[in-house]
Design a protein around this ligand. Structure first.
Ligand code: NAP
Length: 273
């Protein structure tokens, strides 16, 4: 299963809340290692998570198998000046213990001019420190604007909040990204574990002999341009989630889910929490 950008796998492992607690590190590394063993090809992290701790956990999990992993990390908006982005990238590479990042994202729009961040991204790509770059939490107007800036045509991905309960992007942002060839990474596909399991979702899950959470993950992958990145610290969750990536929902399932979790009928601003 490949997203349009040939090297980006469609299923990844999230890492928010990892690297915050030294006592949990061994378990976290084991969860990521299991996910990679089971075929998850992508890991999503950020310099923000655990104040660099999550990147260190990821560095441990990918040691000796760097080429098996499509590695995504993010620069904080407060660091995203030209020089700040270059420096942040070097710090991330060190924590990740690697010589390249596959996709480097601006975590959300901030106060530094986007021109500067893009100039740094292009420079990092020229120096082979990153392979691709993109943004996160950018709504349609922000995407349209950033696309017009020097280097904006190179934006490979927009990572956004998108799940069964948060379907606003389907109105305009997803179609725009699809038309522009910008891959969408759906974060919080389980709504940070707060997915409300309505009866229709439970019924689909029972009919298929899987959990509602697996249905929700499979649902995020219905659109070909979408990559999903659930986070799981528990190994049984990792197993379930990787298996969900190859589930196919049928038209009856989708109709039932549409009725229970309808997309909004009016434009809504991109949600971020
Ligand atoms: P999520 O993946 O929607 O949900 C994670 C929660 O769901 C955890 O509490 C996890 O528990 C639980 N869970 C996972 N698999 C489960 C399963 N099969 N059954 C039941 N519960 C399950 O939330 P998220 O961490 O917010 O989002 C995923 C990733 O997206 C993040 O980790 C991060 O990499 C990225 N993200 C990016 C942004 C951004 O601004 N760009 C924002 C948020 C998230 P356990 O850990 O106990 O297994």
């Amino acid at each position: 299963m490949k997203a349009p950008r040939a090297t980006m796998p469609r299923f990844g492992l999230g890492t928010w809340r990892m690297g915050e607690n030294a006592a949990a590190r061994t378990e976290e590394i084991a969860a990521l290692t299991l996910g990679l063993d089971l075929g998850a090809g992508l890991i999503d992290t950020a310099e923000m998570y655990g104040d660099g701790g999550a990147e260190e956990v990821v560095g441990r999990a990918i040691a000796g198998r760097r080429d098996d992993v499509y590695l995504v990390t993010k620069v904080l908006p407060s660091h995203a000046s030209y020089a700040g982005t270059l420096a942040a990238c070097e710090r991330s590479l060190k924590r990740l213990d690697t010589d390249r990042i596959d996709l480097y994202l601006l975590h959300w729009p901030g106060h530094h001019p986007l021109e500067e961040t893009l100039r740094a991204f292009v420079e990092l790509r020229r120096g082979d420190r990153i392979v691709d770059y993109g943004v996160s939490n950018f709504d349609l107007d922000e995407m349209r604007h950033v696309r017009t800036l020097p280097g904006g045509d190179g934006i490979a991905s927009n990572q956004i909040l998108y799940n069964l309960q948060r379907r606003g992007p389907e109105r305009k942002l997803l179609p725009w990204c699809e038309a522009e060839g910008v891959a969408i990474m759906a974060y919080s596909p389980l709504d940070q574990g707060r997915l409300v399991v309505r009866p229709a979702l439970r019924e689909v899950a029972v009919r298929r002999g899987i959990t509602p959470y697996q249905v929700a993950i499979a649902w995020t992958l219905l659109r070909e341009e979408v990559v999903t990145i659930p986070k799981a610290g528990k190994r049984e969750h990792v197993r379930d989630n990787v298996a969900a990536a190859s589930l196919l929902l049928d038209e009856d399932d989708l109709a039932a889910l549409d009725r229970a979790y309808p997309a909004p009928k009016h434009d809504v601003p991109l949600e971020t929490a």
